[in-house]
Design a protein around this ligand. Structure first.
Ligand code: PGA
Length: 251
C-alpha cells in the first residue's frame, strides 16, 4: 500500500522564530491518530532545528528544498546531500519548477542530484510539471515523461521505492488556480502508467504521487479522493498551521 503524504514546501519564507513557531503549532494540532505521512521542507538554515523538533515524534519528518549536484568541495553557497543528511533531513525536494526555471536545472543535472541524495540515504520528492503554453500546445505528456525518465530511470526498482513523485503544473503554482481534479487525475494516472512500463505494476502501485499547485483545505479533499492522487506538495497553504493540518486530514 502506498503512503498518503502531505509535504509543506516553505520556499524562501519565514524567519527562524516564525519557522519554529509553525512547527510547534503543526505538531500540537496534528491529531494523535494521524495516518498521513507529513513532511516539512524549511529553509536550509534552520533545517537542523526543524529536524530536531520532529525527531521526538513519529508525526513529521524534515526535508530540504534542494541539494547540490556535487559531493563536496569548492562550490561556494551550495549545500551537499551529506550535509543535509547530517542535519537530520529525511527527504529532499528536487526539480521544483522554480529551481528548474531560476537555476537552469536540466533533467541531466537532476539525475546527478538524485544520485547524490540516494548515496546519502535521502528520499526524493521529485517534481515535474508543464507550463501553460506546453499544456495548450499539447506537448505536456511528452514533457512530463521526459522529466521523469531522464532523471529517474537510471534507478533500480529497489531504489525507486525511495522516490515520491510530485506533479506540479507550473500554471497552478502560487496562482490560486488549481488544476481540476480531472486534469490532475489524468496526469497522475499517466505518470503511474509510465512507472508501470519501466518498473512494473508493483512498484508503480506503491509509488506515492502528490499533487502541487494552489492546493488548500477547500480543494484538498476532492483532489485526494482521486484514485491516483496520494497527497500534496503544499506551498502557500503550508505557512498556516491551521490550513496545513487541515490538508493533512483531507484523505
Ligand atoms: P503553492 O505551491 O501551493 O503555493 O501553489 C506549491 C509548490 O510550489 O510546491
Amino acid at each position: 500500500m502506498r503512503k498518503n503524504i502531505v509535504a509543506g514546501n516553505w520556499k524562501m519564507n519565514l524567519n527562524r522564530t516564525e519557522g519554529i513557531a509553525l512547527v510547534e503549532d503543526v505538531l500540537a494540532k496534528l491529531p494523535s491518530d494521524n495516518n498521513t505521512h507529513v513532511v516539512l521542507a524549511p529553509s536550509f538554515v534552520y533545517l537542523h532545528k526543524v529536524a530536531k523538533m520532529c525527531a521526538n515524534t513519529s508525526k513529521v519528518v524534515a526535508a530540504a528544498q534542494d541539494c547540490s549536484a556535487n559531493k563536496k568541495g569548492a562550490f561556494t553557497g551550495e549545500v551537499s546531500a551529506s550535509m543535509l543528511a547530517s542535519c537530520g533531513a529525511r527527504y529532499v525536494v528536487l526539480g521544483h519548477s522554480e529551481k528548474r526555471a531560476n537555476f537552469a536545472e536540466s533533467n541531466e543535472i537532476l539525475k546527478t542530484k538524485v544520485g547524490q541524495a540516494f548515496r546519502n540515504d535521502l528520499k526524493v520528492i521529485f517534481c515535474c510539471g508543464e507550463s501553460l503554453s506546453q499544456r495548450e500546445s499539447g506537448v505536456h505528456f511528452d514533457w512530463i515523461k521526459a522529466q521523469i525518465s531522464e532523471s529517474l530511470f537510471q534507478l533500480s526498482s529497489e531504489e525507486f521505492k525511495n522516490i515520491v513523485v510530485a506533479y506540479e503544473p507550473i500554471w497552478a503554482i502560487g496562482t490560486g488556480v488549481t488544476a481540476s481534479t480531472e486534469q490532475a487525475q489524468e496526469i497522475h494516472a499517466f505518470i503511474r502508467n509510465i512507472l508501470v512500463g519501466q518498473y512494473g505494476e508493483e512498484v508503480a502501485e506503491n509509488t506515492s504521487i502528490l499533487y502541487g499547485g494552489s492546493c488548500k483545505p477547500s480543494n484538498a479533499k476532492e483532489l485526494f479522493a482521486s484514485q491516483d492522487i496520494d497527497g500534496g506538495l503544499i506551498g502557500g497553504a503550508s505557512l498556516s498551521s491551521d490550513d496545513f493540518v487541515k490538508i493533512t486530514q483531507s484523505f
